[in-house]
Design a protein around this ligand. Structure first.
Ligand SMILES: [Zn+2]
Length: 149
């Protein structure tokens, strides 16, 4: 299914004077929307990288398998972001080993190979404002859809 995002992009553009919003702020906004999307998509699952299903407000994060700081190209790639517990994401610094194991269990090893290759190929990718706004719009649209269904 293809979702027409043009209206959401227009709304976001109307709300953002992109000349006045810094690139890091746009990046943070797009990232927050992508992370919310991953948490909603994975609502039925526990943590991607450990066995916990513990429930507490704020306990669930949208964790990156390949970190945005080292693999900028997959920062907003939904394959790279999964619902993850706070302990794995913060205390265990992403729990990469558990994350990899969880991805293979849930999606298969080919998924991880594709993601790792894509991550390596786009390690130093530089996002521009338009791309960040479009990514934020895409995930916002999906989040609104999931919130209402
Ligand atoms: Zn965990």
């Amino acid at each position: 299914m293809r979702v027409d995002l043009s209206d959401t992009v227009d709304v976001l553009k109307a709300n953002f004077d992109i000349r006045n919003v810094s690139l890091p702020d746009l990046k943070a906004k797009a990232k927050r929307e992508a992370q919310e999307y991953a948490r909603r998509r994975d609502a039925e699952h526990g943590c991607i990288s450990c066995p916990t299903t513990y429930q507490e407000p704020g306990y669930w994060h949208g964790g990156h398998y390949l970190k945005a700081e080292t693999h900028s190209g997959v920062m907003l790639d939904d394959m790279n972001i999964h619902k993850q517990c706070k302990r794995c994401n913060i205390d265990l610094d992403g729990n990469k080993e558990g994350f990899r194991k969880g991805l293979i269990e849930r999606h298969g090893s080919e998924y991880v190979t594709i993601l790792e290759e894509r991550g390596e190929a786009t390690r130093r990718y530089k996002w521009d404002r338009e791309e960040l706004i479009e990514a934020a719009a895409k995930y916002r649209r999906l989040n609104n859809f999931m919130r209402n269904n």
